[in-house]
Design a binder for this molecule. Structure first.
Ligand SMILES: [Zn+2]
Ligand SMILES: [Zn+2]
Length: 253
């Protein structure tokens, strides 16, 4: 299984003209982050988790030729805004895109992409096949995906365990019974927004504590804000086995 970090940032961390902080003007490409998303490839299929506003560019940058499914963690804009661009895959693959989302996330998709779900579709609108996920394992063409229920302040978000890989973003609380699902993973990804407390995200310290509690061999942090600091400086502070992920990082598990 091959994991590609398509984006490791957040809408807070996108360099903007007005921001002249060290991270936003850094020459180190590790500090340049698109919105968080990962791609999981096996011999048989290619699945992307979340399609934020940078989805189109992320597909181009990673040279993705074929996409089999899109899985959503939750309905926030920085994770869903790019769904319109799956139309390119509809066109090339000549089939609907399988989209996996909770009912709560589907409500957002229906609202934000209302034209996609109208009966008399205008030619060229995204063609999607919605699949409802809940807190139970499901399969995408034989690939087992185990949802992990997280809380993002009060919003239910799903993390996912796929084999020895666990991907958690946009959370600041995980119930003990859900933590059990993560244990035994070789690689776990956690969100670590910044150092200061945040209402709906783990801080760096909280993410480090959780990583140590879980004790998985490798932990990577994602959904990183420019407020966290420079990749190189933060990396030096992290305990062994814990690293910042960065855009373009590829892992083979
Ligand atoms: Zn969110
Ligand atoms: Zn987010």
């Amino acid at each position: 299984m091959r994991i590609t970090f398509l984006g490791t940032g957040t809408s807070q961390g996108v360099p903007v003209i007005a921001c002249r902080c060290a991270v936003c003007i850094s020459a180190d490409t590790h500090d340049h982050r698109l919105r968080s998303s990962v791609m999981i490839e096996t011999d048989e299929l290619c699945v992307v988790i979340d399609s934020g506003p940078d989805f189109r560019y992320q597909m181009l940058r990673a040279g993705v030729q074929k996409l089999d499914a899109l899985v959503f963690t939750h309905g926030h804009k920085d994770h869903t805004a790019g769904m319109d661009d799956i139309r390119a895959f509809n066109y090339c693959q000549q089939c609907d895109m399988d989209v996996y989302a909770s009912l709560e996330t589907q409500e957002v998709l229906h609202r934000e992409f209302q034209y996609v779900f109208q009966n008399s579709s205008y030619p060229g609108v995204p063609q999607i096949q919605l699949h409802t996920i809940a807190n139970e394992p499901f399969f995408i063409q034989g690939l087992e995906i185990i949802p992990i229920r997280l809380l993002h302040y009060k919003l239910e978000v799903f993390g996912f365990r796929i084999g020895d890989f666990t991907y958690i973003t946009d959370a600041n609380f995980i119930a003990p019974e859900e933590l059990l699902k993560i244990q035994g993973s070789k690689v776990v990804v956690l969100n670590a927004l910044r150092r200061e407390a945040h209402i709906s995200h783990f801080t760096l310290d909280e993410a480090v504590s959780l990583a140590q509690k879980l004790g998985c061999p490798q932990t990577y942090f994602t959904h990183i804000s420019h407020q966290l600091g420079l990749h190189q400086q933060v990396s030096c502070e992290l305990p062994q086995g814990i690293q910042l992920a960065y855009d373009g990082l590829v892992l083979t598990i």
